[in-house]
Design a protein around this ligand. Structure first.
Ligand code: 3PG
Length: 390
């Protein structure tokens, strides 16, 4: 694929697909990482005399106009990050707003997912977008696993290229994980097995050690006949968890599950808690974190590994004290990386938030802005948004 370096942008309207699907609470952006990381692309287009016209989605409004999901609320954060005026417009009025936009300024189109054709990759909608620009630049690696009109269809209608963040993501992931140094350790956590099922099935073929943590570990414990009390557990997935464990045995992938766990009767900050063996969760309690023995086990795995891929926290990291295992393992991985002993790559909103909270993100080799796209890339899947760039 081409990059911005290959394109003539002078005086051109550059339709730029970005992913600014950021966490927002009460109208305030709580983590601007995704916005900041598209800054270099916007600056580059501006410095080459182009007019950036940003296309982006927010949330999952499913083809309907949902006022709380309007991108208008992100204008102040974009202006702060880009240091220039950002003109917001709906698709209907876009042509006039783009024409009136002065050089050095940016246009932001309304949430692409308000359009019923967006997620259907509707060709008429892609043509409507294409009529608003001269060049297409895709900088949304984290949305590249979606074949939507603004991420895929549009790429076929205009001279297209990858933006700086897209380039950086693909280059960094390829450098760290394309031909990884072994042993490769994957830490996969988070709430549900069902959302990462395919990933786990594929990962046991690719990695040497797989740490399963967070809520999804409970489903694997239940598959071994362990009573997990009131813990989050997808009981209907235990058969699949068993199959994944059996597959791992045939591929030589070592699966590590928690040995001891932190249990509590309530899910709230500083709820009274205790450490028990993983197979001894009281019937009226829930597992909310991995215990110290499990953490030591994960740390030993980190010491054995040359490459670490991390997606998903090991416990309910949002509330203390159930962030301990995630914090400890993150700090351990950060130290190993800083000492030059480990290549570490992490992706996914919760993971990045957990690593930031643990103060570990800075030392990681690479932090991806992508969640789902990072996982699909790791599985070796073709990402439609990347493939469409040729
Ligand atoms: C993300 O947040 O991972 C991307 O913006 C994609 O969002 P989606 O899962 O709603 O397609």
């Amino acid at each position: 694929w081409k990059t911005l370096d290959d394109m003539d942008l002078n005086g051109k309207r550059v339709l730029t697909r970005v992913d600014i699907n950021v966490p927002v609470e009460n109208g305030e952006v709580t983590d601007a990482t995704r916005i900041e990381r598209v800054g270099p692309t916007v600056q580059d287009i501006l410095s080459r005399g182009g007019k950036p016209v940003l296309l982006a989605h927010f949330g999952r409004p499913k083809g309907k106009v949902v006022p709380e999901m309007s991108l208008k609320m992100l204008v102040p954060a974009l202006e702060a990050a880009f240091g220039t005026k950002v003109h917001f417009t709906t698709l209907d009025e876009a042509e006039a707003v783009i024409d009136a936009c002065d050089p050095g300024q940016v246009v932001l189109l309304e949430n692409t997912r308000f359009e019923p054709g967006e997620e259907k990759n509707d060709s008429a909608l892609a043509k409507t977008y294409a009529a608003l620009g001269d060049v297409y630049c895709n900088d949304a690696f984290s949305a590249a696993h979606r074949a939507h009109a603004s991420t895929e269809g549009l790429a076929h209608l205009l001279p297209s290229c990858a933006g700086r963040l897209m380039q950086a993501e693909l280059e960094a992931l390829d450098a760290a994980l394309g031909q990884p140094k072994r042993p490769v350790l994957a830490v996969v956590g988070g709430a549900k097995v069902s959302t990462k099922l395919e990933l786990l099935g594929n990962l046991v073929e690719k990695v040497d050690i797989l740490v399963i943590g967070g809520g999804m570990a409970n489903t694997f414990l239940a598959a071994q006949g362990v009573d997990v009390g009131k813990s989050l557990c997808e009981h209907e997935m235990t058969g699949t968890a068993k199959e994944i464990a059996e597959k791992a045995a045939t591929t030589g992938c070592e699966i590590l599950l928690p040995r001891d766990v932190v249990v509590a009767r309530e899910f709230r900050e500083n709820a009274p808690s205790e450490v028990v063996p993983a197979e001894s969760c009281p019937a009226d309690a829930m597992i909310l974190d991995a215990g110290p023995e499990s953490v030591a086990h994960v740390e030993q795995a980190i010491d054995r590994a040359e490459t670490l891929i991390w997606n998903g926290p090991l416990g309910a990291f949002e509330i203390a004290p159930f962030d301990k295992a995630t914090n400890a393992a993150a700090a351990h991985a950060a130290k190993a990386t800083a000492n030059g002993k480990l290549v570490s790559v992490a992706g996914g909103g919760d993971t990045v938030a957990a690593l930031n909270k643990a103060g570990a993100a800075e030392d990681f080799t690479y932090i991806s802005t992508a969640g789902g796209a990072f996982l699909e890339w790791m599985e070796g899947k073709v990402l439609p948004g990347v493939a469409a760039l040729g």
